[in-house]
Design a protein around this ligand. Structure first.
Ligand code: DG2
Length: 248
């Protein structure tokens, strides 16, 4: 019975977070620092006595690696796992692979922030013959419809919510502690829905890498309070670093 427990975890630092490139659906791996963040994330869960009963991940390696490391640290490697492209990062369109600082310098702050943080302005679409396109990636062979060529945050919500309803919400209502390991923007989409954040205000929300964010939910799956990071100081510093990406 309620309150139910939902844990959100953005993957640890990826190779392209480190090199400051737009990533989206490009399948980059964790850096050593990212692996250490995932380890610490799992230790924080264990210390708080928050032991996941079921794991959800995107189909991107950086989220899968993070969950594996964190669950190992919490001695919960054995729990059932469900993966879906619906938890993938926002497809970053033609920005995938581009340097964030160069993009900011080339297009200016207003356009840069529209692409990064506006609710419904997607970046230009990625060409199918681009080296960073996913159109021929076998992991998306079962996708209903077409692989995205770009997405706004709004489009992420549109493809994520049906999965939330059909799978994640079901497990929560069954009383399971659910861990969702995903991405900066797919988790911003989830937090927006959970906390009822407006289309304008969501621009200010940034999710740090590797720090568990815990929600207690009532019987209607509404949060009993704002989500709480298990290491609030590190989370604030991490979120500020994400907000400033490209600007340093
Ligand atoms: C980052 C988010 O996604 O970038 O796609 O570049 O969480 O998978 O590392 P993640 C990307 P910003 O929207 O914060 O620029």
């Amino acid at each position: 019975s309620a309150p139910y427990t939902l844990i959100l975890l953005r993957h640890g630092q990826s190779e392209w977070n480190k090199s400051n490139q737009f990533t989206g659906w490009v399948d980059v791996r964790l850096t050593d620092q990212g692996k250490a963040e995932a380890q610490r994330g799992g230790e924080l869960l264990a210390e708080a006595g928050l032991l996941p009963d079921v794991l959800y991940t995107s189909v991107l390696s950086r989220a899968i690696q993070t969950a594996q490391i964190a669950l190992d640290a919490a001695d919960r490697l054995w729990i059932p796992v469900k993966r879906s492209w619906r938890l993938n990062e926002r497809h970053y369109g033609a920005l995938q692979g581009k340097d964030k600082a160069q993009t900011l310098a080339e297009f200016g702050n207003e356009q840069f922030m529209l692409w990064r943080r506006s609710f419904d302005v997607p970046p230009p679409p990625l060409a199918d013959d681009d080296q960073y396109s996913q159109v021929n990636d076998p992991r998306y062979a079962d996708i209903d419809g077409e692989v995205p060529r770009t997405e706004s945050l709004k489009l992420v919500i549109d493809r994520l919510l049906p999965y939330w309803e059909s799978d994640i919400a079901e497990d929560l209502r069954a009383g399971k502690t659910v861990l969702v390991t995903a991405h900066g923007n797919s988790l911003r989409a989830l937090v927006k829905q959970l906390e009822g954040i407006s289309d304008d205000d969501i621009a200010e929300l940034n999710i740090p890498t590797g720090i568990p964010l815990v929600y207690k939910l009532d019987e209607n799956l509404k949060p009993l309070g704002p989500g709480e990071y298990l290491d609030p100081e590190a989370a604030a510093a991490g979120a500020a670093a994400v907000a400033n990406q490209g600007k340093a």
